[in-house]
Design a protein around this ligand. Sequence first.
Ligand code: GDP
Length: 477
Amino acid sequence: EGISVGELAQKMNRNASDIIKLLFMLGKMVTINSSMDDETIELVCMEYGVEVKKEIPVDEDSLEDEVEENPEDLVQRPAIVTIMGHVDHGKTTLLDTIRKTRVVEGEFGGITQHIGAYQVSVQSKKITFLDTPGHEAFTAMRARGAKVTDICIIVVAADDGVMPQTKEAVDHAKAADVPIIVAVNKMDKPAANPERVMNEMSDLGLLPEEWGGDTIFVKCSAKQGEGVQDILETIQVVAEMRELKANPKRNATGTVIEAKLDKGRGPVVTLLVQNGTLHTGDCIVVGACFGKVRKMTDDRGREIKEAKPSTPVEIIGLNDVPVAGDMFKVFDSEKQARAIAERRSQTKIEQERKSSSAMSLDDLARQIEAGEVQEIPVIVKADVQGSAEAVKSSLEKLDVKGVRVNVIRSTAGTISESDVMLASASKAMIYGFNVRPDANVRKKAEEEGVEIRLHNIIYKAMEEMELAMKGLLAPVF
Ligand code: GDP
């Protein structure tokens, strides 16, 4: 990055020696080969009255789906749904019941194998379910920049009520800005108390429709099957409002759901096609791997020739095993795919996996100065709930230059890996009050590039945040 003094001189039709002299007068010692940072370039241009235009580099090797679509090519695509909730509240049972019911209702072939996602038809429209319940998988993907969920079902057992992981699931879904449907499960149990679930969920900001809010609650028994049809129909209603669209005429792009090495078949990878249509024979780059789609099977183990948007498929034909959350893209020739995969070296992939993650207070101050940030996502952890609340409301009151703090989670307790993953996925930072992360959590935060700020005094933290918001933060040593 950056250009040298010589290159800049050439672009400006000046003598390099003039620029060197100018910079010398401004207190900077440079040679013709010195590379210049943005600030210095701006300085020189200002002196000469030249306008600076920064070229935004086009990353030809990116697998991101960035093509502008012609609205005429867009068609409806199935919703992609993730099921989250506290352990033992019935996530797996619900996924199994949905799978079985739909098969009984006349769909050909059973879903016999687990490929990480499956599709069912409801009212002659499909829905795609991600088959790994829980927010860990959801957040790990999101931390890698993958967006693979349109709707979240949060399962709450009616005999148990809102539990810690229910809260986490709500935080994760909200942070991802994904609409939530609450499944009030285990209604067959004598101890079931749906009112309590609705009350407790309201406390988390999810007010039921029948109480004047806008969250849909569906009572069900995942085990006995009651209410499951209602859940499916509700998904279709929410999906319709979302107007989920994709262009099936394009080269396919999407995300890796699962990947493993099979002794006989080589790398076996489940892809979720998110845009375009994937065909057998397509030349494909997946993360840093590449190949030709040699064989493609659907969630029932049937061989298929093409897969439309929102379809999960298992493919073979890659040269190596990618990671869940990696993006994929189809290219026109195998040569091109190979070249791009080769240029997408491991370091680049690592960078990509990191770039979507977390932000430090320093970055923030810089980005605010540049007008790039309007909202600062923060997670607050404190020794007692009272302080967590106090910190949250003080932070949210700060308003500098139209920049605001958005506290996406504030709870009592030590800083956990789940906090770090949420921060990573939401580009948030973590504020700890009278709590310390343990060594594992610190390590995880370092890996994910998540900044943890520890404080004992609230006003000190406010002061620091306010300075950052003003773009005035002094560097930390
Ligand atoms: P997960 O940890 O959220 O995936 O929960 P599971 O689906 O594994 O369910 C935990 C336990 O609750 C299992 O023993 C299920 O059989 C039971 N369970 C799940 N749904 C229901 C339900 O609707 N009614 C009753 N009575 N039990 C259920």
